[in-house]
Design a binder for this molecule. Structure first.
Ligand SMILES: *Cc1c(COP(=O)(O)O)cnc(C)c1O
Length: 378
């Protein structure tokens, strides 16, 4: 018996860690020499398996990680991930001792959040990065509130190791968005400069996520925070970025054929009979559905999958656990054969699947279902 039979039973995700390494080297190729990668591994590493991805990153020298939640951060520590772990989002301050116990870095979300921490009775200082809001208007203390910012840098209980911001339209090529992004960059660096001239230490500074790297690559920062491009895909299909990287997708989505049959002209397929055969055809059911994160709104969109190195079209409604293919032109197809639904070939690239389901790859990949085992490619 093959070792991974249980995991390759019905539907699964395969990750190629060599591609992850390749993508990291591609990013390192275009960022300034003294800038380091802070790998964004939130949401189970965008659906790729948090610990497998982080371990590989550790092995190839990445020492800085960003996650969204306290639980993700603790998972990394429990799996002996080395280095700095920054929580990008909200942590309830009733759990502040966990941040200390696990040696985590918390984002200062705004002045109020900092004040609450400074009023607590802590056994040691909390490691933090201060977030500055330069226009995203989500979290971060406003760059205009320089007096509040100055106070934060002098508060007790805080060990300030970094200062950062986030761009809200770095992927856009519209003139307005580009000038907006340059304003964000200006506000950020001017704020850093003001703090420094007052003798305050902002620590490590960072502002670029994936598209910040691709479109604004030469900023003098200590870190960049790539997420989606590390996994080898762009957010959208038609991205024309200032810098081109040769990315290799890390993730493939696979499932098995469960049943093959013939239907006659006039017969329908799946719920609500949205597909009706125009002639006799051979069809095959696949053991994956929208509960696995494969979007239901790809039903009847001419979406293709790969079987026996040929494309087959999805027909009829995608169900919770299953979907149906037209395999009329594919020979020798039987139950147990493997179908690839997301992968490297053009028609099944994550960018294409995301586009056809009206979203971005970030959402598509991070929503792949928790019942899919994730295995490393051998
Ligand atoms: C998610 C996130 C990133 C990574 O974004 P990508 O577009 O996937 O590179 C970087 N920084 C912050 C603050 C984020 O929330």
């Amino acid at each position: 018996m093959m070792k991974n039979d249980l995991k390759r039973n019905r539907a699964w995700i395969e990750i190629n860690l060599k591609h992850l390494e390749h993508n990291i080297h591609e990013i390192q190729r275009v960022i300034p020499k003294n800038t380091k990668i802070m790998a964004v591994v939130k949401a189970n590493a965008y659906g790729h398996d948090l610990t497998k991805i982080a371990k590989k990153l550790n092995q190839i020298g990445i020492q800085d990680f960003a996650v969204a939640t306290l639980e993700e951060a603790i998972t990394l520590r429990k799996h002996d991930i080395d280095g700095n772990i920054l929580i990008l989002g909200y942590t309830d301050l009733t759990n502040i001792h966990k941040l200390l116990d696990y040696d985590l870095i918390q984002t200062i979300l705004d002045y109020d959040y900092a004040q609450k921490i400074s009023q607590m009775d802590l056994k040691e200082k909390l490691k933090v990065h201060v977030k500055i809001n330069t226009g995203m208007n989500r979290i971060g203390e406003n760059y205009q509130n320089i007096d509040h910012l100055i106070e934060i840098y002098q508060m007790k209980n805080l060990q300030i190791l970094g200062t950062y911001s986030h761009m809200s339209a770095s992927d856009s090529k519209s003139k307005e968005d580009i000038s907006f992004t340059y304003k964000q960059i200006d506000h950020f660096f001017q704020t850093i400069h003001k703090l420094k001239t007052l003798g305050l230490n902002p620590g490590k500074i960072h502002i670029q996520a994936s598209y910040g790297i691709l479109n604004y690559p030469n900023l003098p920062c200590d870190y960049v925070r790539p997420g989606i491009i590390m996994y080898g895909v762009y957010s959208n299909t038609d991205d024309k970025t200032n810098i081109q990287l040769h990315l290799k997708p890390v993730l493939s989505l696979k499932a098995k054929i469960s049943s093959v049959r013939e239907i006659q002209k006039g017969e329908s397929v799946s719920y609500n009979r949205t597909f009706v055969a125009k002639q006799k055809m051979k069809i095959a059911s696949v053991s994956i559905g929208y509960a696995d994160g494969y979007p239901r709104n790809l039903s009847n969109q001419n979406t293709k999958v790969l079987v026996h190195k040929k494309y087959a079209k999805i027909i009829g409604r995608i169900c919770m656990d299953q979907l149906v293919l037209d395999v009329s032109n594919i020979d020798h197809i039987t139950a147990g054969d493997i179908v690839t639904l997301i992968g490297e070939k053009s028609m099944i690239r994550a960018e294409k699947i995301a586009y056809d389901s009206n979203t971005i790859t970030n959402e598509l990949l991070s929503r792949l279902g928790s019942r899919l085992p994730i295995i490393s490619k051998r």
